[in-house]
Design a protein around this ligand. Structure first.
Ligand SMILES: CC(C)(COP(=O)(O)OP(=O)(O)OC[C@H]1O[C@@H](n2cnc3c(N)ncnc32)[C@H](O)[C@@H]1OP(=O)(O)O)[C@@H](O)C(=O)NCCC(=O)NCCS
Length: 294
């Protein structure tokens, strides 16, 4: 029997049982395996994929929706991958169209690699901003102020009783209810810290493990000073290099991170479909939880 054309192979929902196949696909495209991130996304979001008749997956992606389940406010698409041997055969386009149809009228967003951008543009996504990935050991330059200069600003590890406040702040700044993701953060991240001023919660940040690094995100803060304090407090509690994706609008924070030893490694376009800007408050949104989920 001849192998069916990939254009005819069914698209199915992925589950955490597909973790190894998803990690294999990441590796196939030169990414690291990222099992921890895949596991999180396949649990908090919905994976879609196409089985390879020879075993494994031909393609995969994840849709994570925010807001009421019956009528989500926003959907984020991520981890869009097509196995190298099936590239440029229309599979990425077909999978994306399927996910867009599934999302219906829900506005969509994604972080596009230079590789994925032409496909998303063809599908009607528009660039609304940029994020720069910076990575490296956080090693303050002599004389560089790498912790807060404001004595009233404090950071500490989050406790269970902070969760309600974190969820409230997150919804205000992200612009949609991310309860399903945020409540999984204590298990997903190695560190979850809050920033306070006069006893009031003014920011929070997490650091989660990814291939030898700690990814900082989400990073939500009242201002740049608070964002710096949160990053410095996370860095003080890990020996690993940090990695984060900072919105280019936050120039001051990016310059500071570079002065503290992190170097730019990539630039991704923030794209939307069905809305011309993201909801929430961009001035307090410094880094996404992951570029694969917003
Ligand atoms: C991006 C990716 C998913 C595209 O999948 P694909 O199945 O090869 O793409 P398609 O064949 O459906 O291409 C659809 C259209 O997108 C555009 N496109 C896709 N790959 C392109 C490339 N490398 N350069 C320029 N345009 C490209 C073209 O317009 C193409 O139409 P055409 O082949 O008729 O000219 C795939 O290249 C991939 O897995 N890349 C590595 C991971 C990655 O960067 N993912 C994006 C994360 S945001």
């Amino acid at each position: 029997m001849s192998t069916p054309s990939p254009a005819l192979l069914p698209i199915r929902r992925l589950t955490p049982r597909d973790l190894t196949a998803c990690a294999d696909l990441s590796e196939n495209r030169g990414w690291s395996r990222q099992e921890h991130r895949w596991n999180f996304l396949l649990t908090a979001g919905t994976g879609y994929g196409i089985d390879d008749p020879d075993g494994g997956l031909i393609a995969a992606c994840v849709l994570t929706q925010y807001g009421p389940q019956s009528r989500p406010d926003l959907g984020a698409i991520g981890m869009v991958l097509v196995a190298e041997r099936y590239a440029r055969q229309g599979i990425g386009r077909r999978l994306m169209r399927h996910v867009m149809a599934t999302a219906g009228t829900t506005p969509l967003t994604l972080y596009a690699t230079p590789n994925g951008r032409p496909l998303y543009e063809e599908l009607g996504f528009k660039i609304i901003g940029w994020a720069e990935t910076v990575a490296g050991h956080f090693t303050p330059e002599p004389g560089e102020q790498c912790s807060s200069s404001d004595g009233r600003l404090t950071t500490r590890a989050a406790t269970a009783s902070d969760l309600t406040g974190i969820l409230r702040l997150d919804e205000e700044v992200f612009g949609a209810d991310r309860t399903a993701l945020i409540t999984r953060l204590p298990a997903f991240a190695d560190q979850l810290r809050v920033a306070e001023k006069h006893g009031r919660l003014i920011g929070y940040a997490a650091a989660w493990p990814n291939t030898g690094t700690h990814v900082v995100g989400p990073l939500i803060a009242q201002d740049t000073e608070t964002a710096k304090a949160l990053i410095a407090s996370l860095a003080a509690r890990t020996d690993r290099p940090l990695r984060t994706d900072i919105d280019l609008r936050h120039e001051e924070l990016l310059a500071w991170l570079k002065a503290c030893g992190l170097a730019p490694t990539a630039r991704n376009a923030v794209m939307t479909y069905g809305i011309t800007e993201l909801p929430g408050d961009e001035s307090r949104r410094f880094a996404p939880l992951t570029v694969a989920a917003g």
